[in-house]
Write a protein that binds this ligand. Structure first.
Ligand code: FBP
Ligand code: AFP
Length: 325
């Protein structure tokens, strides 16, 4: 089976980018181990690393954030990083060539129930003019990403990775510690009969979103003339993995509540990397108004509405919005 290194080389990734991705994945392997300890993680601690000893009583998302920060800062490849868990940009090596944005543990409520969680990250070039503590360098649209990935901690630990030459799926071989290519060049079916949305928020959605989802719910008796199934994992990483593997549409729309006027999901840590993975698999990813990867952020913690997945289904959903204008 092909190893990660060979696939990255085949995709034309630069050596330093390959080394950075491998460094990030070393951190994810440690997180995978911690996560697999479940409730014991806070009791037994880690046998793998000294650098976060004494912090094992903390919640897994805080521990995961620290593991990634420590690993990246020591690597020398990263000038600065931004994390969902950090209020400010974290400065690293002034000579680092890359910027990394990450959600260290997405779906953290699932840690309490031994269900799907994951790490999501994206990588950009660091501008040469940039000081390591300058947040303005992160104000780049997703079209500038050089790589994006998630690592899913499930029954097996899996990696979905793109460097702009397709989206590939790897599985962690825990006997040898390497990620092995298990599905190259995923192609999302353009049509689907599965959707993922938190339907409890229905009354807060805009009229076009309510109409679109009502059409899905009406199934064969409605305008779509076919039945749909709904799925919701409470972790975007789990729902998007399902979509990547078998097609589907995932939505976290804006809604009328003040705290959700731009949706719930963060552009840098969730929407952008997932959009890159979905597009590279032939899908579409939109805010409802524009392509997610073309949104120029105004803040590192900015939220955006998210509609992504199978191309024809996303296009149909977006047509419901344009009908409204
Ligand atoms: P499978 O193992 O055959 O997929 O079935 C799973 C299941 O029986 C339950 O575990 C689950 O609650 C239910 O199907 C989901 O059903 P639905 O497709 O109606 O959501
Ligand atoms: P947490 O990591 O804070 O649990 O958030 C996960 C998440 O941002 C995303 O991964 C899910 O799709 C979404 O929240 C679930 O949101 P609901 O609470 O509306 O189900």
């Amino acid at each position: 089976m092909k190893r990660l290194n060979s696939q990255l080389q085949q995709d034309g990734a630069q050596l330093e980018l390959i080394l950075l991705i491998r460094t990030l994945l070393a951190a994810c392997k440690e997180i995978s181990f911690r996560v697999s300890q479940g409730a014991l993680a806070g009791v037994l601690g880690s046998t793998l690393s000294e650098n976060v000893q004494g912090e094992t009583q903390k919640k897994l998302d805080v521990i995961s954030n620290q593991i990634i920060k420590d690993t990246l800062c020591e690597s020398g490849y990263v000038k600065a990083m931004s994390s969902e868990e950090e209020e400010h940009v974290v400065p690293c090596d002034p000579n680092g060539k890359y910027l990394v944005s990450f959600d260290p543990l997405d779906g953290s409520s699932n840690t309490e129930i031994n269900s799907l969680i994951g790490t999501i990250f994206s990588i950009f070039h660091a501008p040469q003019w940039m000081e390591p503590d300058d947040p303005s360098a992160f104000i780049q649209p997703g079209t500038q990403m050089v790589a994006a990935a998630y690592v899913l901690y499930g029954p097996s630990t899996m990696l979905a990775l793109t460097t702009g030459r397709g989206t590939h799926l790897y599985t962690l071989d825990k006997t040898h510690g390497g990620f092995l290519l298990t599905q190259a060049n995923i192609k999302l079916p353009v049509q689907t009969s599965e959707f993922a949305i938190n339907a409890a928020n229905q009354r807060h959605w805009s009229a076009p979103m309510q109409d679109y989802v009502a059409g899905l719910m009406a199934g064969k008796d409605g305008p779509r003339n076919k039945d749909f199934n709904m799925r919701w994992v409470a972790a975007m990483v789990g729902d998007i993995h399902r979509v990547l593997c078998r097609g589907g549409i995932f939505m976290y729309p804006a809604d009328s509540r003040e705290r959700a006027e731009h949706g719930k999901l963060r552009l840098l840590y969730e929407a952008n990397p997932m959009a890159f993975l979905i597009e590279q698999a032939g899908g579409k990813a939109s805010t409802g108004e524009k392509r997610i990867m073309e949104v120029v952020p105004t803040d590192i913690h900015q939220r955006v509405p998210v509609i992504m997945g199978s191309a024809e289904e996303v296009a149909y959903c977006l047509s419901c919005f344009s009908d409204d204008v």
